[in-house]
Design a protein around this ligand. Structure first.
Ligand SMILES: Nc1nc2c(c(=O)[nH]1)N[C@H]1C(S)=C(S)[C@@H](COP(=O)(O)OP(=O)(O)OC[C@H]3O[C@@H](n4cnc5c(=O)[nH]c(N)nc54)[C@H](O)[C@@H]3O)O[C@H]1N2
Ligand SMILES: Nc1nc2c(c(=O)[nH]1)N[C@H]1C(S)=C(S)[C@@H](COP(=O)(O)OP(=O)(O)OC[C@H]3O[C@@H](n4cnc5c(=O)[nH]c(N)nc54)[C@H](O)[C@@H]3O)O[C@H]1N2
Ligand code: SF4
Ligand SMILES: [Mo]
Length: 672
């Protein structure tokens, strides 16, 4: 038996694991004991991260749809068809009528090539990926506050912190190995404060649980900051030396004394004061957040309010402090770093900046488009006529799914590159079979900016190929040869063009557990925490934000607030976890969490079917009666194709980040 060290393909924790290989098949998994994140443990998804790899339903060869029917094709036929399709739409409507979705499931090298392909070969900046639905508010919000939108500190610092403030993150279920560090800290006396409308496991373990109404985070944070100012808990020295725009910001805070914050959020003023004192009084206070903050029409404001809070207290630029957005997908940090975004090349170099554009033009020997491209939601809203989707399943993961499926149906040409048939491949003209994480080399960047090496353990099934190889072959067919002897050569090009990855090369990642960017040169050891002496943008900027309510709140016709998200066992659209028997056995059905009192009133019984309706559609799910959700609020996970909760969700967008409001919409419930 051979043990191959690689990285878990699921969440942004980026745990190190060994795949056990016997006779060309994976027979088991074990955790790395010395890995700084998972230190000998794995969650249920990590332990079972190989069953889907060998699943009989893996895509094994390319397919072409002819007269509505899919048939097997050779690679040459399929790629020819893709090149023709793209060229046809481009000739008729221009390069900007084509949209590309890259993938946070794919490697850095693959994301880099995909954005190079979009910009250099197709000639459009219309390239985006699921970060748009996830942390685009972080990237946008922190760019203006700090100049860099990544997690500032490291996971291994958690156990030494004195205070952990977790807001809008179901850490135990969604980042279990980060939660493990938090629980270690709590055991040693660290104070845990959690702000979440639901009583999640981590909230139950908290010393203080702020159970605010969904969508009221700005008011909650402003209330907390009001207390910090009025009680003299501001780090004045830090504010004076390291920040700007404090005065304008401070004058707004007067509008949000704890009593006002209480009336908006439903959290007692006394608890708001308590949270402020706990967080501000300790030096080693770390703030963590995730989708509860970002997936709102005010997502960017929420993130900015968090940034204001850490600057006000000086909790940044030191170990055991910082603003820590927990990135979701295994390589969503990397996909953003690689420029799979409509406005940036790799390393967040703006496409609008003529200097950056010239640099990439020279390196790639292509004229590049100037105008920033369309975001994922804009592409789905009729912005493009053809799409190339790699490793995403928007038919289930985008809001207002009925509208999204109509949009996919209307496309003149659609290519989907995945490891399985999905609800999105149903609309594809060509399907390209990709190799999974276990079948290729490359790198993933985890939530703490740790770039780690992925190692090939087995061969891909049938004729499937690594995503980067597919992109290279297609590009060559379209008249722009891309030759790389291996993914390591792609990384060499990334390092040349991307200052923060300047010293990141595969051979350096062979030993130890990767390097945290920024790593500007090949002698640099990497950076465990950011903004040490100054912020990436120079001075940190306070940003004034005001509370605005969510786009759609309950009313008479739709009296419940629906919030959506995830559960421990399943992952996103379920393509991988729902093909994993141990996991599927635990949670085979979609459910709605509903409060005991609400259930009683509506005559809904536990485990019985319930119809949930919104202005956009309806689904049927099983009732889970619980105190986890407060009265008037219900929760549905989005993993289940049989009951797609995104049929219900509101596509209203944050005006800056263009992230949809997955966390709040209005629904009605009835027993079936
Ligand atoms: N098992 C599993 N793990 C995963 C994933 C998965 O699908 N399955 N997905 C990965 C990805 S891509 C991501 S982005 C992360 C997401 O990780 P999380 O953000 O932790 O997960 P969510 O369930 O989307 O929502 C987090 C919490 O937000 C709370 N919430 C809802 N509305 C509000 C609000 O208005 N304000 C606040 N403060 N909180 C609110 C919810 O109650 C929930 O507990 O998980 C990653 N890890
Ligand atoms: N209602 C609601 N909707 C949400 C959210 C929510 O909280 N509520 N959260 C949003 C968030 S944060 C996110 S990140 C998105 C996620 O949305 P998506 O990214 O669309 O969801 P996934 O299921 O992760 O899709 C990944 C696809 O990649 C494929 N894949 C896996 N490995 C590989 C590979 O190596 N190569 C290729 N080519 N394909 C591969 C998988 O089979 C799968 O089809 O969902 C969003 N949607
Ligand atoms: S915590 Fe995340 S990265 Fe670690 S084993 Fe679980 S799913 Fe994989
Ligand atoms: Mo995400």
């Amino acid at each position: 038996m051979q043990k191959v060290l690689t990285v878990c393909p699921y969440c942004g924790c980026g745990c190190g694991l060994y795949l056990h290989v016997e006779n060309g098949r994976i027979t088991g998994v074990s955790p790395s004991r010395s890995h700084p994140v998972n230190t000998g443990s794995l969650c249920v998804k990590g332990w079972n991260s190989y069953e889907f790899v060998q699943h009989p339903e893996r895509l094994r060869y390319p397919m072409i749809r002819e007269k509505g029917i899919l048939r097997r094709a050779t690679w040459q036929e399929a790629l020819q068809k893709v090149a023709e399709g793209i060229n046809r739409v481009k000739a008729a409507y221009g390069a900007h009528s084509i949209g590309v979705l890259s993938s946070a499931k794919c490697t850095n090298e693959e994301n880099y090539l995909m954005m190079k392909f979009a910009r250099g070969v197709i000639g459009t900046n219309n390239v985006d990926h699921c970060a748009r639905l996830c942390h685009s508010s972080t990237v946008g919000g922190l760019a203006r506050a700090f100049g860099s939108g990544a997690m500032t500190n490291s996971i291994s610092e958690i156990k030494e912190a004195r205070v952990l403030f977790v807001i809008g993150s179901n850490t135990m279920e969604q980042h279990p190995m980060i939660a493990m560090h938090m629980l270690d800290a709590v055991r040693k006396g660290t104070t845990l404060v959690v702000a979440d409308p639901r009583q999640t496991q981590i909230a139950r373990l908290a010393h203080l649980h702020l159970r605010h109404r969904c969508g009221t985070d700005v008011a909650l944070l402003l209330g907390i900051m009001n207390v910090i100012v009025t009680e003299g808990l501001v780090d004045k020295e830090f504010v004076r030396r390291r920040t700007e725009n404090f005065d304008a910001f401070e004058s707004l805070l007067d509008k949000y004394p704890p009593s006002v914050a209480e009336s908006i959020t439903g959290v007692r003023a006394a608890d708001i004061r308590k949270a402020a004192r706990i967080y501000a009084s300790e030096k080693r206070s770390m703030l963590f957040y995730s989708m509860g903050i970002t997936q709102h029409i005010t997502g960017t404001d929420n993130v900015r309010a968090c940034a204001d809070l850490v600057m006000l207290t000086g909790h940044i630029g030191l170990p055991m402090t910082g603003l820590n957005p927990l990135r979701g997908q295994n390589n969503v940090q990397g996909a953003c770093d690689m420029g799979a975004l409509p406005e940036f090349y790799s390393g967040y170099q703006p496409v609008k900046d003529p200097k950056a554009r010239r640099k990439f033009q020279r390196a790639w020997r292509r004229k590049l488009p100037e105008r920033p491209g369309l975001t994922l939601m804009e592409m789905m809203d009729g912005g493009v006529r053809a799409m190339y989707i790699m490793g995403e399943n928007p038919a289930i993961s985008d809001p207002d799914a009925t509208h999204v499926r109509d949009a996919l149906k209307k496309l003149d040409f659609l290519v989907v590159q995945d490891i399985f048939q999905t609800e999105t491949t149903e609309y594809a003209d060509v399907i390209l079979p990709a190799a999974s994480f276990a079948e290729k080399d490359g790198t993933f960047t985890n939530t703490e900016r740790r770039v780690q090496l992925l190692r090939k353990a087995v061969d891909p099934p049938g004729e499937a190929k690594a995503d980067w190889q597919i992109i290279c072959e297609l590009s060559e067919l379209m008249g722009y040869p891309m030759h790389y002897r291996g993914s390591y050569e792609i990384m060499e090009e990334i390092a040349l063009l991307t200052p923060s990855y300047g010293g990141i090369l595969h051979h350096r990642l062979e030993e130890g557990f990767g390097i945290q960017w920024p790593c500007p040169n090949s002698n640099h050891p990497g950076t465990p925490y950011l903004h040490r002496k100054k912020f990436a943008r120079g001075l940190g900027s306070f940003i004034t934000v005001d509370y605005i309510p969510p786009a759609e709140l309950p009313d008479e016709k739709y009296p419940f607030l629906l919030t959506t998200g995830r559960i421990y066992f399943h992952y996103h659209t379920g393509t991988m976890t729902r093909r994993t028997s141990v996991i599927e056995r635990e949670e085979p059905l979609c459910f709605v969490e509903i409060n005991r009192e609400d259930a009683k009133r509506l005559g809904i019984r536990d485990s019985f079917p319930v119809r949930v309706k919104s202005r956009r559609g309806e689904i049927e799910v099983s009732a889970r009666i619980t105190d986890r959700v407060p009265e008037g609020t219900v929760f549905i996970p989005f993993h289940f194709r049989e009951a797609v909760c995104n049929i219900l969700t509101n596509p209203a967008l944050d005006p800056i980040a263009k992230i949809p409001e997955f966390k709040v919409c209005a629904v009605a419930l009835e027993a079936v």
